[in-house]
Design a protein around this ligand. Structure first.
Ligand SMILES: Cc1cc2nc3c(=O)[nH]c(=O)nc-3n(C[C@H](O)[C@H](O)[C@H](O)COP(=O)(O)OP(=O)(O)OC[C@H]3O[C@@H](n4cnc5c(N)ncnc54)[C@H](O)[C@@H]3O)c2cc1C
Length: 377
């Protein structure tokens, strides 16, 4: 019996760690990723202001696995029913598997956007954004961040703090633009309001109801025929499916089933639960879906040899709350309560530490805790 997990982000690594504990020892598990490290992506914006943190956010995949085999290769195509995956260096057959390949930045085919806008998905992107922004701090100018979802909000906050660190807050303008009427679209209204307040406190200007149509070197054209000048453009305006799935995020229902032998988990897919709710593309939902996928893969493995289709577990979207940072400020919504200040900051840091410790990255978790809370070893 061979189980493959494609992609080693939040969904893939969480899934592998659960399968390592629940599958019979006779089942072989392979984790495939094009990178050699798991990226703690939900804290990546912090590397823009604090580049030293990037090491703690990249955990070697071998450290995350106990008995799974790690294979470094790019996934080119997956056959969900036949149980075959085409890799950059060969093929793999599988009896049960999961597609956890995440998403990539969407440019929606808008002219000039991919050419001029820097995305924020990998540590290299954080490095590029930082480098260009430090130049801006020398000369003065305007950085525009397109898209005020979790990544856009959080990178805007880091850039505003970095301008402050560089004593350039008088000469550098940070502007966040969003197509929807509010920042943090899709999140509860009290959370949106608290985020907007923190952004404004840091001197970040917010332009909502602003739809980008195209970009040239130095100008964004927007839907009302006006234009927004910029010296640096960061693009966090949405996601699309991974290249291996032809840039599409296929829709799955609550069993997460993509095909006879294959499940889809995390940002790579659009999950609609039995209540008709579409799960947001977040680390939190990816981790929760991975728990359901682990149960369903185990059910397929234990049915090995045939028989009826097993009864599968069903994912229901639910959230304990949300936390986002705006530079040194943090906003958390827990139930109907909005928290800011130390309680919110502690919550955000604890989520990062828990994630690192939970995937076996104990040293990185300790370093991260020391950096965040300033404790000594
Ligand atoms: C700056 C930023 C801030 C964020 N903040 C938050 C937050 O505060 N809270 C929150 O919940 N979420 C946040 N998110 C979103 C969160 O990071 C994602 O939702 C989460 O990473 C999705 O997990 P995943 O496992 O589906 O995909 P990913 O974590 O993206 O993992 C996908 C994996 O697949 C691999 N892969 C992709 N294509 C291939 C291929 N063809 N072959 C082989 N391997 C491949 C990649 O290398 C990667 O390891 C943030 C995201 C960003 C960018």
């Amino acid at each position: 019996m061979h189980v493959v997990v494609l992609g080693a982000g939040y969904a893939g690594v969480t899934l592998v760690r659960k399968l390592e504990r629940t599958l019979p020892k006779t089942a072989a598990i392979t984790l495939v990723d094009k990178r050699e490290t798991h990226l703690v992506q939900h804290l990546l914006h912090r590397a823009v202001r604090t580049p030293e943190i990037a090491d703690q956010l990249c955990v070697p995949l071998d450290d995350c696995c106990e008995r799974a085999t790690v294979r470094h290769a790019t996934v080119d195509a997956v056959e969900y029913d036949a149980g075959q995956v085409t890799l950059s260096d060969g093929t793999l057959e599988f009896d049960a598997g999961a597609v956890c390949l995440g998403a990539q930045t969407a440019y929606y085919g808008l002219p000039g956007l991919a050419e001029h806008g820097t995305p924020l998905k990998r540590p290299e992107d954080a490095e590029d954004i930082r480098k260009r922004f430090l130049e801006l701090c020398e000369t003065g100018g305007r950085v525009v961040i397109g898209g005020a979802g979790l990544s856009g909000i959080q990178v805007a906050g880091e850039l505003a703090e970095l301008a402050n660190d560089e004593r350039a807050d008088d000469t550098v303008a940070v502007e966040l633009i969003e197509q929807q009427p509010t920042v943090a679209p899709g999140f509860p209204a009290p959370f949106q309001d608290a985020i907007a307040e923190k952004l404004t406190e840091r001197g970040i200007s917010i332009k909502t109801d602003t739809t980008v149509k195209s970009a040239t070197d130095g100008t964004l054209d927007v839907a009302d025929s006006s234009s927004i000048p910029y010296d640096q453009l960061v693009w966090t305006g949405g996601i699309t499916g991974p290249g291996a799935l032809s840039n599409v995020r296929p829709q799955v229902r609550s069993t997460l089933r993509l095909g006879q032998r294959t499940f889809g988990v995390g940002d790579a897919v659009r999950v609609i639960d039995d209540n008709g709710t579409m799960a947001p593309a977040t680390a939190q939902t990816a981790v929760r879906q991975a728990a359901i996928a682990a149960e369903n893969i185990e059910a397929l493995v234990r049915r090995d040899g045939g028989g009826f289709d097993p009864r599968l577990s069903r994912y229901v979207y639910d959230s304990l709350g949300w936390v986002a940072t705006v530079g040194d400020g943090t906003v958390a919504q827990v139930g109907s309560n909005v928290l800011t200040g130390t309680p919110a900051k502690t919550l955000k840091a604890t989520i990062g530490i828990q994630h690192l410790a939970g995937i076996g990255a104990v040293e990185e978790a300790i370093d991260f805790a020391q950096d965040t809370f300033g404790t000594e070893s």
